[in-house]
Design a binder for this molecule. Structure first.
Ligand SMILES: NC(=O)c1ccc[n+]([C@@H]2O[C@H](COP(=O)([O-])OP(=O)(O)OC[C@H]3O[C@@H](n4cnc5c(N)ncnc54)[C@H](OP(=O)(O)O)[C@@H]3O)[C@@H](O)[C@H]2O)c1
Length: 356
C-alpha cells in the first residue's frame, strides 16, 4: 500500500482586512493511501502547480455573502486553478499519467471532483508543450491569460482599430503583461501607458515595449495621463483612485474595461468620485468575469487556437514568481496583495510542475 504524506492548506477563519498566512489558513499533513482513497467515480490527481490569484480574497468570506466567486468552506482545503497528473482513475475519460488542467484542492494529492461542488470546478486533459513547464497551465494559460484575452477579444479589439492610446493599471502582473504582449502583437500601433508599484516592475514594462511606464506609488497618475493622453481605452485592474484618474483623462467615446479592483480587495477605497465623466464624455464601460457567459465561452474557444502558438513562439512570455512547495502556498496567496510577486504567482507543488 503506497502511503504518502499529503500536505493540505486548510481554510480556518475569515479575514476582515488583509489575509494572514497561519491565521486564516493552516498547513497540515496527513498520511494518505493512494491505492485506497475513495474516488467515487472520479480521479486522484498528483498536484504539480497551483495558481495564486487576487480574487481568492473574495472567496475568503462568510458563506451567506453572495459574490461572483464561490466561498471557501471553513475546515476544508482551498482550491484554485491548477495543473496535475492523474495517478488513479475511476473515470474512463482519464488514465494514469494524463496531465490535467483544472480546479484542484491545495493538497499534494487531490480527489477530483471530490465532495465539494461549485461553479468554478473544471478539469480537462492538456498536452505537454515542448519547452514549457506544466506550471504554465496553472497560470499563464489559465486564469490571467484567459482573462486578458477574453476581455480584449469581446470588448476592445474593434475599438482598438480606431484608437491611439491604451492605459493599463496593475500592468506588471500576470494579466497586465499578457495583455501588453498580446496587444503589441495584434495592434502594434497603440501607444501603451502602464503603471505598477516598484522600480523593477517599471523596468520590466519598458523592456516589453510599454511607451510610458510609471510607478503609481511615486507619481501622480492623473498628471501622467493628462500629459500622455487622452486615453482611448483604459484596462482597469485597480479601480479606486486610479479609476478616478483615468475617468478624468478619457477621450470622448472612450472605453473602460473593468477587469479588476485590487485596490479595494483589502481596504475600503470609498466611492468613485468622477462617474459623471461617463455621460459627459460618452464613455462605455464593460465589466466581465473570465469564463462567465456564452460570449466568454466563444472567446475562450479562440484562446485555445490562437494563444498556445504565440506562447510557444515567445511572443507572449512565461514570467513566473515561483513559490516552492505546498508549504509556501500561503505566502503565495498573500504576495499578490502586497505586490511582492514579480510575475505570475504560482506554487510549484511537485518539481515536475516546474520542469520545462
Ligand atoms: N475579471 C476577471 O475575471 C479577472 C481574472 C483575473 C484577474 N482579474 C483582476 O486582474 C487584476 C490583476 O490580477 P493579476 O492576476 O494580474 O495579479 P498580479 O498583478 O499578478 O498581482 C497583483 C498585483 O496587484 C498590485 N496591487 C496590490 N495592491 C494594489 C493596490 N492597492 N493598487 C494597485 N495595485 C495593487 C501589486 O502590484 P504592484 O507592485 O504593481 O502594486 C500586485 O503584484 C486584479 O484586479 C484581479 O482581480 C480579474
Amino acid at each position: 500500500m503506497p502511503k504518502v504524506t499529503n500536505g493540505r492548506v486548510i481554510y480556518v477563519a475569515h479575514p476582515t482586512g488583509y489575509y494572514e498566512p497561519g491565521v486564516h489558513t493552516k498547513y497540515v499533513e496527513e498520511q494518505l493511501d493512494t491505492d485506497t482513497v475513495p474516488l467515487n467515480g472520479g480521479i486522484l490527481v498528483k498536484v504539480l502547480a497551483i495558481s495564486s490569484d487576487p480574487y481568492m480574497r473574495h472567496r475568503m468570506r462568510d458563506e451567506s455573502i453572495p459574490l461572483f466567486a464561490p466561498p471557501l468552506k471553513i475546515g476544508e482545503p482551498l482550491d484554485n486553478f491548477s495543473v496535475g497528473k492523474v495517478v488513479r482513475s475511476e473515470d474512463p475519460t482519464y488514465t494514469p499519467g494524463d496531465y490535467v488542467q483544472g480546479y484542484f484542492t491545495f493538497e499534494n494529492y487531490s480527489v477530483y471532483p471530490g465532495s465539494t461542488t461549485h461553479a468554478f470546478k473544471h478539469c480537462k486533459k492538456v498536452p505537454k508543450l515542448p519547452g514549457l513547464p506544466m506550471s504554465a497551465f496553472a497560470g499563464l494559460l489559465a486564469l490571467p491569460g484567459k482573462t486578458a484575452y477574453q476581455g480584449w477579444y469581446l470588448f476592445a479589439k474593434e475599438k482598438a482599430k480606431t484608437s491611439k492610446t491604451l492605459y493599463i493599471s496593475v500592468a506588471a502582473g500576470a494579466v497586465g503583461t499578457f495583455l501588453i504582449e498580446y496587444v503589441k502583437t495584434v495592434h502594434p500601433y497603440l501607444k501603451i501607458i502602464a503603471s505598477a508599484g516598484t522600480p523593477a516592475k517599471i523596468d520590466l514594462l519598458k523592456s516589453i515595449g510599454v511607451d510610458v511606464a510609471f510607478n503609481y506609488k511615486e507619481t501622480d497618475t492623473a498628471k501622467v495621463l493628462a500629459e500622455h493622453g487622452p486615453i482611448d481605452i483604459y484596462w482597469d485592474n485597480a479601480s479606486g483612485p486610479t479609476l478616478d484618474a483615468a475617468l478624468c483623462n478619457m477621450s470622448t467615446f472612450g472605453l473602460i474595461i473593468a477587469c479588476g479592483a485590487i485596490s479595494s480587495y483589502n481596504e475600503d477605497q470609498g466611492a468613485v468620485k468622477h462617474f459623471e465623466k461617463v455621460f459627459e464624455r460618452s464613455l462605455s464601460i464593460h465589466g466581465f468575469v473570465m469564463g462567465i457567459g456564452d460570449d466568454a465561452r466563444r472567446a475562450l474557444a479562440e484562446f485555445d487556437k490562437e494563444i498556445p502558438p504565440l506562447v510557444q513562439a515567445r511572443n507572449i512570455k512565461l514570467r513566473e514568481h515561483r513559490f516552492q512547495g505546498l508549504k509556501s502556498a500561503e505566502q503565495a496567496l498573500r504576495s499578490v496583495h502586497t505586490g511582492e510577486n514579480f510575475g505570475k504567482a504560482v506554487v510549484i507543488v511537485d518539481e515536475e510542475g516546474g520542469a520545462a
